[in-house]
Design a binder for this molecule. Structure first.
Ligand SMILES: [Zn+2]
Length: 330
C-alpha cells in the first residue's frame, strides 16, 4: 500500500510539475508573440478580454473612436498580455491539489515567475502630454537637415510624410539620419495627386511606388500614410493596407509663410494628443518649429512620432483607419 501510494504521488508530482513548466512556456510564448506588434486584432474582436489597466480608447466596430472619458466599456479592450491571467489561475489550482505534499521548493519557483511580470505598466513620467509634429511634402534636404539639427539638440522627434518624386540619392542621408534620431517616415504618395480623382489601382500604385522608394532609401517598410490634401474616401481607405494619418492642428504654414503667425496659431490650439501639420518646404515652417519645440518642451510636453503618440495613448493603429489625433480615429 505505501509503495503504491508513493508511485501515485510521484506521478502526480511529475504531472503537476510538467503542467507548471508548460504554463511557463505558454506564458513566455504569449509574451514574445503578442505584444506591441502591428497586427492588432480587428476592432471589437477582443471585447471579452478584461484588464486591470486603465481604460484605453478603442476603435469600435462602428468605426468610431471613443475617448477615455466618454465610454465606460473601454476597460474591456486590452490586448493579448491579459491572456496570462487564466493561465495563472490554473496553476494555482494544480498546486492546491497537491497541497498535502511536504515538498514546496518546486512550487514556489513557477509562482514567483508569473507574479514578477507586470512589465506592461506604463512608465510614470513628468510630461503633461504628448504632441506629434509632422512635416509633409519633403524630403527637402536642406530644411529637413535643419529640422533634424533641432531634433538632435532638443530630443524632439517628428514624423515626415514624404513624396516619392522628391526622393533621390541626395535625400538618402537625411532620411537615414531622421530614423537614427528616432524620427519616423511615412508615405505621402508619389506625385501628390488628389486621391479622390484616382481609381483604386491608381491610388495603390502611388502608395506602392513611394513605399519602395522609402525602402530603398532607408530599408524600412512605411506603414503610415498621409493622403495628399487629406483626401481619401473612407470606404476606399478601408481596403488599403495603410494607416491613414490626418491631423488635428493645421496652422496653414503654406499660406502664411510667417514663423510667428504659424507659431501663434499652433500654440493657440495645441494640446495633449494632437497631430500638427507643417511642411518641410519653407524656412518659416522650420523657424516656427524651433519656437514650438522650445515653448512646448518648456510647458512640459513631449514631442513624439505619430506611432509613439498612438502607442502611448493605447490607440491601436489598424490598417484602413483614419487618425486625427491620439483620441480620435474613424
Ligand atoms: Zn502634401
Amino acid at each position: 500500500m505505501p509503495k503504491y501510494n508513493l508511485t501515485v504521488f510521484l506521478k502526480r508530482r511529475m504531472s503537476a510539475a510538467a503542467a507548471l513548466i508548460l504554463c511557463i512556456l505558454m506564458l513566455a510564448s504569449c509574451e514574445f508573440s503578442g505584444i506591441g506588434n502591428e497586427t492588432q486584432p480587428p476592432p471589437g474582436t477582443d471585447a471579452e478580454i478584461t484588464s486591470e489597466r486603465e481604460a484605453e480608447p478603442e476603435l469600435t466596430t462602428a468605426g468610431v473612436l471613443n475617448s477615455v472619458e466618454s465610454d465606460e466599456s473601454e476597460e474591456e479592450t486590452t490586448p493579448p498580455e491579459t491572456e496570462t491571467e487564466p493561465v495563472t489561475e490554473t496553476e494555482t489550482e494544480t498546486e492546491t491539489e497537491t497541497e498535502t505534499e511536504p515538498v514546496t521548493e518546486t512550487e514556489t519557483e513557477p509562482v514567483t515567475e508569473p507574479a514578477a511580470e507586470p512589465e506592461t505598466e506604463p512608465e510614470p513620467d513628468n510630461y503633461i502630454g504628448r504632441i506629434a509634429i509632422t512635416f509633409d511634402d519633403g524630403p527637402t534636404v536642406s530644411i529637413m537637415d535643419q529640422i533634424l539639427d533641432k531634433c538632435e539638440q532638443s530630443g524632439a522627434e517628428v514624423t515626415f510624410f514624404v513624396c516619392g518624386y522628391k526622393i533621390s540619392q541626395n535625400s538618402y542621408a537625411v532620411m537615414q539620419r531622421a530614423l537614427e534620431l528616432g524620427c519616423e517616415i511615412g508615405n505621402h504618395s508619389n506625385t501628390h495627386p488628389n486621391f479622390n480623382k484616382l481609381t483604386v489601382e491608381g491610388i495603390q500604385s502611388e502608395i506602392d511606388i513611394t513605399n519602395k522608394l522609402i525602402k530603398d532609401a532607408t530599408g524600412i517598410d512605411a506603414t503610415l500614410m498621409r493622403p495628399p490634401y487629406g483626401n481619401l474616401k473612407r470606404d476606399i481607405g478601408r481596403g488599403l493596407d495603410k494607416q491613414f494619418i490626418l491631423w488635428s492642428v493645421d496652422p496653414e504654414d503654406w499660406k502664411y509663410r510667417d514663423a510667428q503667425t504659424v507659431y501663434d496659431s499652433v500654440i493657440g490650439q495645441v494640446g495633449d494628443g494632437d497631430i500638427v501639420l507643417l511642411h518641410d518646404l519653407y524656412k518659416t515652417s522650420y523657424e516656427a518649429f524651433c519656437m514650438l519645440v522650445d515653448t512646448l518642451q518648456e510647458q512640459g510636453y513631449k514631442l513624439v512620432t505619430v506611432s509613439e503618440l498612438m502607442e502611448h495613448s493605447g490607440m491601436p493603429l489598424v490598417n484602413g483607419y483614419f487618425y486625427y489625433s491620439s483620441t480620435y480615429a474613424k
